[in-house]
Design a protein around this ligand. Structure first.
Ligand SMILES: [Zn+2]
Length: 440
């Protein structure tokens, strides 16, 4: 298939740009990128997917989200809620405790649908459903396979619901990793999820590292999102959160430390030295009023800092914009944040994917997976290799996504999702969400 007749942004190492470009897809991979007319002439028998002058670019990557939060859309919180720990207790933990396996499946579908509609083709999910732990990651994976989205999945282990549930969460992570991190497919991968240091005792840490012996999958954990995480670690373990994770040998190139808002210079050095990924979630951090990740300092240390949403939104274009203004605001300097926000999404998120998936993602080049989107965006100022990132930052948003191809398969065409019945899923979800809300 030749996907062409639009401005082609490759985002590959040499930043190739074609004003009338095309991508030739064979099976799940990109075979060639180039000029539309040239590719059509050389491969006259190929099916042509004409994008009608739209932007052709790599699919967006969300490096941290929470499927379990799907039912919270429009939901109120009845208990008085004044700060971040109370937001966790009264909103997120109340919700995730009430989820059944069916709710996990529906929350997954609705998250995938909105992600695809916003041009996201790969997501890293951090799941929680303590009363339906067993089989929950497999339910998310089944829904992902059905709709055709790529993802990494992990379950948040914590002590907050008692030892039996902790053990079930540990087992779910390990079972899932063993089932998915194989060579026969590269759409669904597993990591070991942990909620956060302050909800995990040393006894549970011991169980986790024992269960992960001989498994090289990486940990996905919230780190220093609020100050409370650091206070808890200092009080109980006489060390800071990143030092504690280092002590348990949980850091490294495959691990993801999410947020890292409240970390000191020594912790940043440890994250850099261990080559641990950090993921910034600007809108969530602002919404929870927990502070701002020190993006500039992290990048200066060479930390692989990516971008997620924490499920605050499914639109990575929106996140790029907010990341820029948050850094400008944080440092009282309007000149910072532009390049960095774009670097997180377009350089570092692909680099994170490279630690978990076998072939390149987030760029269009021969040998990369064919994860491609088109944007209904008509620039009215010059547009090219040297400034397309500026157009993305100020001109584009997720709902401009018109078509989505993942792993060589057309998942959305002209804004219609082809692989699942969206109306049916939304109707089922609305009914289940109403039931769950009643019982909260
Ligand atoms: Zn999170």
């Amino acid at each position: 298939m030749i996907i062409g007749n639009g401005r082609l942004i490759t985002n590959c190492e040499d930043n190739l740009y074609f004003k009338n470009g095309a991508v030739r897809v064979v099976g799940e991979l990109i075979e060639e990128v180039g000029d539309f007319e040239d590719l059509k002439a050389r491969f006259p028998d190929d099916e042509v997917f004409d994008v009608g002058g739209r932007i052709i670019m790599p699919g967006m990557i969300n490096a941290h989200t929470h499927i379990y939060s799907s039912y919270a859309r429009g939901m109120g919180v009845s208990k008085p809620t004044r700060n971040f720990p109370e937001i966790l207790e009264n909103l997120w933990w109340a919700l995730d405790r009430s989820l059944t396996l069916e709710d996990c499946e529906l929350s997954a579908y609705t998250t995938y649908i909105e992600s695809i509609q916003n041009g996201v083709t790969t997501l890293f999910d951090h799941h929680a459903s303590p009363n339906a732990a067993k089989g929950s990651l497999f339910a998310l994976a089944e829904a992902a396979k059905e709709i055709g989205i790529r993802g990494s999945f992990s379950m948040e282990v914590s002590d907050r619901d008692g030892e039996k549930i902790t053990d079930a969460e540990i087992k779910e992570n390990v079972d899932f990793i063993k089932a998915m991190n194989t060579d026969d497919q590269d759409m669904i991968k597993g990591m070991f999820g942990m909620h956060a240091s302050f909800t995990i005792s040393d006894k549970t840490m011991e169980k986790i590292v024992t269960s992960m012996e001989g498994i090289d999958a990486g940990y996905h954990v919230h780190v220093g999102e609020g100050r409370e995480d650091q206070y808890d670690s200092l009080k109980k373990y006489d060390c800071r959160v990143v030092e504690r994770l280092l002590g348990w040998n949980m850091l490294g190139p495959k691990s993801i430390a999410v947020h890292a808002v409240h970390v000191n210079g020594r912790e940043l050095d440890i994250l850099a030295e261990t080559d641990t990924t950090v993921v910034h979630n600007p809108m969530s951090n602002m919404g929870n009023a927990v502070g701002a990740t020190p993006v500039i300092g992290m990048l200066a240390r060479g930390i692989r800092l990516g971008m997620g949403t924490d499920a605050y939104t499914h639109d990575m274009f929106e996140s790029v914009k907010v990341s820029k203004i948050l850094q400008s605001y944080r440092l009282s300097d309007p000149t910072v944040g532009f390049g960095q926000a774009l670097q997180l999404q377009f350089d570092n998120n692909p680099a994170i994917c490279a630690k978990h998936f076998k072939r390149p993602l987030g760029m269009l080049k021969p040998g990369a997976y064919a994860d491609i989107i088109t944007l209904d965006y008509a620039p009215f100022t010059p547009f090219g290799a040297d400034n397309w990132r500026g157009h993305i930052l100020f001109g584009c948003y997720g709902r401009m996504t018109n078509d989505v191809i993942i792993n060589g398969k057309v998942v959305m065409k002209d804004r219609a999702i082809l692989t699942v019945d969206v109306e049916k899923i939304n109707a089922r979800t609305e009914a289940r969400a109403a039931e769950v809300w009643k019982n909260l």
